[in-house]
Design a protein around this ligand. Structure first.
Ligand SMILES: [Zn+2]
Length: 134
């Protein structure tokens, strides 16, 4: 997965064909949750309402393969990371993004962000946390 600092402007050119990325237009898209081992990330207790809000988002920019979690060993290191939602649904993460508009800014994270929050203690940026009800 390509690391991006939280709040960095995501460039469609990073991913090739911008026609595949309708969420990337027309205004800048800001990154959150693009984590990679060896890069520090913000750690903290993410409010459960934020996790629930992220779980309710419709995934965008689905891919055919999976990005594995670089922090895990075992199954999550080789394929999509399993995630049980707060309302009991089973998701396999790593093959789509989540997009949310907060304070006029469009923020996009890999849907692995749910796994990063629940399994690795990642805390999204304050703007995103507030915008998602936290
Ligand atoms: Zn993991």
């Amino acid at each position: 997965m390509t690391h991006q600092d939280d709040g960095a402007r995501l460039s469609p050119s990073l991913y090739g064909d911008r026609r595949r990325l309708p969420w990337a237009r027309p205004r800048p898209v800001l990154a959150f949750g693009w984590l990679e081992p060896g890069r520090p990330y913000r750690v903290g207790q993410c409010p459960v309402v934020v996790v629930a809000a992220l779980e309710r988002l419709e995934p965008v920019d689905r891919t055919r393969g999976f990005h594995a979690c670089g922090f895990c060993e075992g199954a999550a290191a080789f394929a999509g990371a399993p995630h049980r939602t707060l309302d009991g649904r089973d998701l396999v993460l790593g093959s789509a993004s989540l997009a949310v508009t907060v304070g006029g800014n469009r923020w996009v994270a890999p849907n692995l962000v749910l796994h990063y929050i629940t399994a690795h203690g990642y805390l999204p940026p304050d703007e995103g946390v507030r915008g998602l009800g936290g």
